[in-house]
Write a protein that binds this ligand. Structure first.
Ligand SMILES: Nc1ncnc2c1ncn2[C@@H]1O[C@H](COP(=O)(O)OP(=O)(O)O)[C@@H](O)[C@H]1O
Ligand SMILES: [Mg+2]
Length: 264
């Protein structure tokens, strides 16, 4: 088994001549938390959509677990264990928190709704759903309708429904976007906890979020890889500092009080 779980080579995406992602090379180590960061407009979401197969690259290849997945569909890579949050795990606002997670578990195991399952199977979903809710600190909310949850807790529920699919590798696009500082801290702790035994790719605008969380960081700017390394290395890099300062001084240095309201 190779040390690299996900690899992108020469990944390029053009939108009618505009190059949003340009010749990106990326190697994500198995079991690591990898941050893909950069200022707004850097190409993070485009890159995320390429890696999760929601966009077709103009050029380049993507390899997952030694297998070329460049031409596979999102559902196909999800079956291989490469799952993005909010992909299959839509949250139903009128169902309770617990029901949402049970439904995600049911879809993972059975494929469709099945009202004829035995009591023991349903009880098994119950137990596993409660474990997942405990993992994301939502136990006390289990009877609340998902639509009534505070914003930060909703993101936590989305992570729980993603975990219900038991991903080998989980990809999250700005899980802390629009959150209060308190919620940001909680999500950071949560990602750390649920990353045990998996690989996580975290797309993030705010440098402070990836500090202490990510083992390895790739910095994008204007669609290209600007720097790569651990937090200490990339945060000291003058090109990285310039790229951030050029667009949004608040995102380097002191954490923002309200998190990142703007979602690029
Ligand atoms: N579907 C699209 N059509 C045209 N341009 C796009 C499209 N998606 C993204 N872009 C452009 O590509 C660049 C990178 O966008 P994006 O990947 O969303 O950046 P980030 O997530 O880092 O803020 C931006 O200039 C954006 O306007
Ligand atoms: Mg984005």
């Amino acid at each position: 088994m190779s040390d690299t779980i996900l690899k992108a080579e020469g990944l390029t995406k053009e939108f009618r001549g505009f190059v949003a992602v340009k010749d990106v090379n990326l190697a994500i180590r198995r079991g690591s938390i990898h941050g893909l960061i950069g200022p707004n407009g850097a190409g993070k979401t485009t890159c995320f959509n390429l890696l999760t197969k929601f966009l077709i690259p103009t050029r380049g290849t993507i390899t997952y677990d030694g297998r070329d997945i460049t031409s596979l569909k999102p559902a196909e890579v999800a079956r291989l264990g490469l799952v993005r949050s909010f992909q299959i795990s839509a949250v139903f606002p009128h169902l309770t928190v617990l029901e949402n997670v049970k439904l995600a578990l049911q879809r993972q195991r059975g494929g469709s709704f099945d009202f004829w399952r035995s009591d023991s199977v349903l009880r098994e979903y119950d137990t596993r759903a409660r474990e997942l809710l405990a993992d994301v600190a939502l136990t006390e909310y289990e009877r609340v309708q998902a639509g009534q949850l505070p914003y930060g807790r909703k993101r936590a529920l989305e992570i729980a429904t993603t975990l219900a699919l038991d991903p080998v590798m989980m990809l999250l696009d700005e899980p802390t976007a629009g959150m209060t500082h308190e919620d940001v801290d909680r999500i950071v702790a949560l990602v750390k906890r649920v990353s045990a035994g998996r690989t996580v790719l975290l797309v993030e605008h705010n440098l402070k979020v990836v500090e202490g969380l990510c083992d390895e960081i790739t910095v994008l700017a204007r669609g290209e890889v600007l720097a790569q390394g651990n937090y200490a290395t990339v945060s000291r890099n003058p090109d990285v500092q310039a790229a951030y300062l050029g667009t949004d001084p608040a995102s380097v240095g002191a954490p923002t009080a309200t998190g990142e309201a703007a979602h690029g």
